[in-house]
Design a protein around this ligand. Structure first.
Ligand code: AMP
Length: 399
């Protein structure tokens, strides 16, 4: 390892899987490997890792009864392959929710663990697994610094109005507010703009559309978070692959009262069975729907609604910002689907958004037409690298 370099392990924990990556960070940022521990707690556990070029370097079928066992196997493997043990400088975790207390990447200590446990009701689908992973790491590597990188942190600078729901003041004070998510992706995009494209590009009024399985948009003014589509949970805002996005709250009350649905059933409906999957009845994947839309009206309608909502949010954020200089597409759909980008931008020329057909088809870094007042960009996001970068920065000076 290069002198002064830090070796950072990033961990992104889900209910039955853990994604990880190992970076070496000095003056340069090098990915060493990335992979996943899959089917934790289920039959057919899997551990796979690939090197920086994607070549498979670990491929094991094994029982992974819980997160501790899964992380133990990862750490053993890292040591067996001379990449683990004391060579790991710090471990960075993606943490979905930092509540109103945590507005930046922070070192994990006992106090934070207690705070995260208290926050579980805010993100019951994600936080328990993330807490388990942090706990598992501290058992195996008690002396290794651990860092929490919050998906909510980027948005904590939003103006109070953008954070507010018009419920009661008591509920606002309890933290029932718009937090926003995908913050690591937005931070990465803003960093890239500033450092690789130029400070000017990061100024002014920007809308970033993070369109992946989870989809959200963020309005950014002069580098600072201004508004976002997701709300108290990642279920809100734009419709997504399987999540509903915004609804009339009355519809939820109706489901409870008239359909007798429980909170768990509503949760399942809104997070797993709605969105593109629910509307189409076919698939949650945009690629499948694009393939089927000619012969199946349901596929077309689901895609039409997705693009319509993204266009509507673009207009609403542009007016909230008081104008628009840059529109950025990122994540799985945003980076790879010219058709979806074109449909979202269709009809936005009245507000200065027009794209060049050829550049758009090529997924070029800038896809706006030469005379378009708004610059439209396609940028690759990298949440793992953002975690590694922030973890390295925070732990560099630690003894
Ligand atoms: P992400 O959550 O950012 O990994 O995005 C995953 C989603 O991106 C998939 O479910 C697809 O819907 C979408 N996607 C990936 N590649 C393409 C593509 N070439 N065209 C359209 N959609 C794509």
């Amino acid at each position: 390892m290069e002198n002064g370099a830090q070796r950072i392990l990033t961990i992104n924990s889900g209910s039955s899987s853990i994604k990880f990556s190992l970076y070496e960070i000095s003056n340069t940022e090098n990915l060493i490997l990335s992979g996943k521990l899959d089917r934790i707690g289920l039959e057919g556990g899997l551990f796979q890792a690939g090197d920086s070029k994607g070549g498979l370097i670990a491929d094991e079928n094994l029982r992974l009864p819980d997160h501790i066992a899964a992380l133990k196997r990862l750490f053993e493997w890292l040591v067996e392959n001379q990449m683990g043990g004391a060579e790991i400088s710090a471990i960075g975790h993606r943490v979905v929710h930092g509540g109103s207390k945590y507005n930046k990447t922070s070192l994990i200590d006992h106090e934070m663990m207690l705070a995260l446990i208290k926050l579980i009701p805010f993100a019951p689908e994600h936080l328990p697994h993330e807490i388990k992973a942090i706990d598992a790491v501290s058992r195996v590597y008690p002396d290794c610094p651990q860092v929490a990188c919050f998906d909510t942190a980027f948005h904590r600078e939003m103006p109070r109005l953008a954070q507010s729901f018009p419920l009661t003041r008591e509920l606002f004070d309890e933290g029932i507010i718009r937090y926003g998510f995908h913050g690591l992706s937005y931070e990465f995009i803003m960093n890239e703009l500033e450092e690789n494209i130029g400070v000017e590009a990061s100024k002014g009024n920007i809308i970033v559309a993070h369109l992946g399985n989870g989809a959200s948009m963020a309005a950014v003014k002069n580098g600072k978070a201004f508004d976002t589509t997701m709300g108290f949970t990642p279920t809100g805002g734009l419709m997504m692959s399987t999540r509903s996005g915004d609804l009339d709250p009355g519809a939820v009350i109706y489901l409870m009262k008239e359909k007798g649905m429980s909170a768990d059933e509503i949760n399942e409906l809104l997070n797993k069975k709605s969105g593109l999957l629910g509307m189409s009845g076919i698939s949650s994947d945009v690629r499948d729907l694009l393939e089927r839309e000619k012969e199946d009206a349901r596929a077309k309608e689901a895609l039409d609604l997705f693009c319509y909502q993204a266009r509507k949010f673009t207009g609403s954020f542009a007016s909230a910002l008081g104008g628009l200089n840059t529109l950025i597409f990122t994540a799985g759909i945003g980076e790879n689907s010219p058709v979806i980008r074109e449909r979202i931008c269709a009809g936005l020329s009245f507000m200065g958004v027009s794209i060049d057909e050829k550049l758009n088809k090529e997924n070029a870094p800038v896809i706006s037409a030469e005379n378009s007042p708004v610059t439209v960009r396609v940028m690759k996001t990298n949440e793992e690298l953002m975690i590694a970068r922030q973890t390295a920065r925070l732990t560099k000076e630690l003894p």
